[in-house]
Design a protein around this ligand. Structure first.
Ligand SMILES: C[S@@+](CC[C@H](N)C(=O)[O-])C[C@H]1O[C@@H](n2cnc3c(N)ncnc32)[C@H](O)[C@@H]1O
Length: 274
């Protein structure tokens, strides 16, 4: 089974930077447990658990239908191959204008079926900008950042059980099972979620509701100091309002990540309840 150290197709919020500490921490958990990846995203955590513990039962919640992007990787490679041709004499990283811009748009327009616009974005949009529809590419400035090699995804989700549902329904299904570990990586508060399936409701209350899944369970929970959720829980506890939902857990922080306007730390908190 091929070992991927990042999601094979671009995905915002993938836990690439956590893989080493995540695997180290997994050593303290059961190799035959059921691991339920409630917010599966690109499936990178599911993939990593299956690599680490081939006998584990891994449930990947593909809420964004990432597997559709994987299934269409050859079409995406064909589009990128044509874009390489169109842009072969165009300067790298330069804004695409004039006739060439129309050629690029025409190539995208000629696709009749599913187009993986998120992956195409990495080749045509300004750094970290993503479009999810043709209209975005027609309106936005495009740049020649076309990837020179094809994407490969083979074997990425082998052995992983895919489901697609709201995390609350999935949690309800598994909460009373024995030997279950929940992987909890919700969209971060105040983070760009435009490339996710639903973008409308990640407010503080929704974020706090997620904490219900770590009550008396074994879990890995991911957040960042940008969300300030840990600070909030500490404050509530220190001021006598409630117990801290993260009691008796272990915290690992991964160095500062830089976005265009801020630095922040990513945080992984875990607890084995067995
Ligand atoms: C931070 S990402 C997870 C990244 C993932 N761990 C990885 O490494 O690729 C959060 C994911 O939660 C998904 N999501 C949003 N609302 C959800 C819901 N109600 N139920 C399940 N997943 C949801 C988002 O669409 C997104 O894919």
């Amino acid at each position: 089974m091929k070992n991927y150290t990042q999601s094979p197709l671009p995905f915002q919020g993938q836990k690439r930077r956590f893989l080493r500490p995540f695997k180290e921490a997994l050593n303290g958990f059961s190799p035959t447990a059921t691991y339920v990846d409630l917010f599966g995203g690109s499936g990178l955590l599911s993939h990593t658990v299956k690599q680490h513990y081939p006998n584990a039962n891994v449930i990947y919640n593909d809420f964004d239908n990432y597997s559709q992007r994987l299934e269409n990787v050859e079409e995406t490679n064909l589009i990128l191959g044509d874009l390489r041709q169109i842009l072969k004499d165009y300067p790298d990283a330069k804004r695409i204008v004039g006739k060439t811009h129309y050629q690029v748009i025409d190539r995208l327009k000629s696709e009749k079926g599913f187009v993986d616009f998120i992956t195409i974005s990495s080749s045509l949009c300004f750094s970290m900008n993503y479009g999810t529809s043709l209209e975005h590419f027609e309106k936005d400035s495009l740049y020649n950042n076309v990837r020179q090699s094809n994407y490969r995804c083979d074997g990425y989700l082998d052995g992983v059980n895919r489901v697609k549902k709201d995390y609350r329904d999935l949690f309800a299904e598994y909460r009373n099972h024995d030997n279950v570990v929940f992987l909890v990586d919700p969209p971060y508060l105040s983070t760009d979620t435009t490339t996710y399936n639903r973008t409308d409701y990640w407010k503080l209350t929704d974020y706090l509701n997620v904490l219900k899944v770590i009550e008396d369970t074994s879990y890995f929970y991911f957040t960042s100091n940008k969300s300030q959720i840990i600070e909030l829980c500490d404050w509530m506890e220190n001021n006598g309002y409630c117990n801290n939902p993260f009691d008796d857990s272990t915290t690992v922080t991964v160095g500062a990540q830089l976005t265009h306007n801020a630095r922040y730390n990513d945080i992984m908190i875990y607890k084995n309840n067995y």
